[in-house]
Design a protein around this ligand. Structure first.
Ligand code: ASP
Length: 342
């Protein structure tokens, strides 16, 4: 065969697979045992019960339950894990309580720059968006990048242009303004103008508030997603781990799905999400052993504060964190829990 013929065939094959939207992210449609599981987080940090009034605590619990409701409804009725992850994260992105979407922290320049990623455990397809300022739900953009482009990651203006082409909801950057996060920026800048920080509330709780979700549907498919505003006072379009596949988000049907929250630089350096899966894959560790080792041993020794949520193909759930609290919860058939403190 002439080289130009094989080249043409290659182009044809590539074009064909690109336009098979479903093929890029193909799901098994065979129901396994009717089991499903869903786990979420709303960020880790210094979250002290003594600094939390009953109304605020209840507001967080309600928001976490609403996110679980949105995802569980889909899984219960035989829906796909990808739809459940998107639905649960959208609820948290739309809530001003969390550092993602509405409620995102401010940058050094007083902007809200949002990052998100999603990964399918079916065949390791993934999508990620960094530093966007006008996309109402960055998790939807991450999904669109995964399903409707040949790329994994887009950032800034380019990512926003792609969001428009995909007909995602675009908002004025002022939509993301919340007084609480603005005051938090002012406070951080008064203390040390050049440092990034976890956002601090009026009561002195320091937390990240990034959101994430991992779901296992009845077909055995695992999907993980993460969405964040990053760290207060970040500058130079700094990106954390949330939009980095393998750092903040990872999924593989054979092992587990993971979504992280914490001081992103550490999670990037130590490829936290992928490491949990790798310990299961190469060493045969259980989900719980792998997740605990990474968060409570390795990250602690390295100085990386935060936590993660994860679930494996059997629906076992792990939610380790090395800070004083992490907004978190899970739902399985006939079982639900929402927690904040250790
Ligand atoms: N991991 C996020 C980042 O470093 C922050 C967070 O989890 O809240 O951007």
């Amino acid at each position: 065969m002439y080289p130009e013929h094989s080249f043409k065939i290659l182009i044809l094959v590539l074009t064909f697979s690109l336009f098979q939207g479903d093929c890029v992210c193909q799901y098994s449609n065979k129901k396994q045992n009717g089991n499903y599981a869903l786990v979420i987080h709303g960020g880790a940090g210094t979250i002290d019960k003594n600094n939390m009034d009953a109304a605020t605590e209840k507001a967080y619990q309600d928001a976490l339950n609403q996110a679980l409701d949105a995802g569980e409804k889909i899984l219960q009725s035989g829906g796909k894990s990808i739809d459940a992850v998107e639905a649960a994260i959208v609820v948290m992105e739309n809530s001003p309580l969390f550092n993602a979407g509405k409620g995102a922290v401010f940058t050094f320049d007083g902007r809200n720059e949002l990052d998100a990623s999603i990964m399918s455990g079916v065949n390791q397809t993934a999508g990620a968006a960094g530093s966007v300022t006008t996309v109402k739900n960055p998790i939807k953009l991450a999904r669109a990048i995964m399903e409707q482009s040949e790329h994994v990651m887009m950032i800034g203006k380019g990512a926003e242009e792609f969001a428009q082409r995909c007909n995602l909801e675009i908002v004025d950057p002022s939509y993301f303004y919340t007084e609480r996060r603005w005051q938090s920026l002012k406070k951080v800048q008064q203390e040390n103008k050049d440092s990034t920080a976890l956002s601090e509330d009026e009561k002195g709780n320091k937390k990240n508030g990034t959101v994430g979700c991992v779901a296992l549907d009845m077909y055995g498919n695992i999907v993980a997603g993460t969405s964040t505003g990053g760290m207060t006072n970040k500058r130079f379009q700094r990106l954390g781990d949330a939009p980095i596949i393998g750092a903040g988000t990872y999924a593989d049907n054979a092992t587990c799905g993971v979504s992280c929250t914490g001081h992103g630089e550490y999670f990037i350096r130590y490829t936290v999400a992928r490491d949990v899966a790798a310990l299961m894959e190469y060493k045969g560790w259980s989900l719980e052993k792998a997740a605990n080792y990474i968060v409570n041993d390795k990250l602690v020794k390295k100085g990386g504060e935060g936590g993660l949520i994860a679930l494996d193909k059997k629906g076992n759930v792990a939610m380790p964190f090395n800070s004083s609290g992490m907004y978190r919860g899970y739902a399985k058939k006939g079982e639900r829990k929402v927690m904040i403190y250790k």
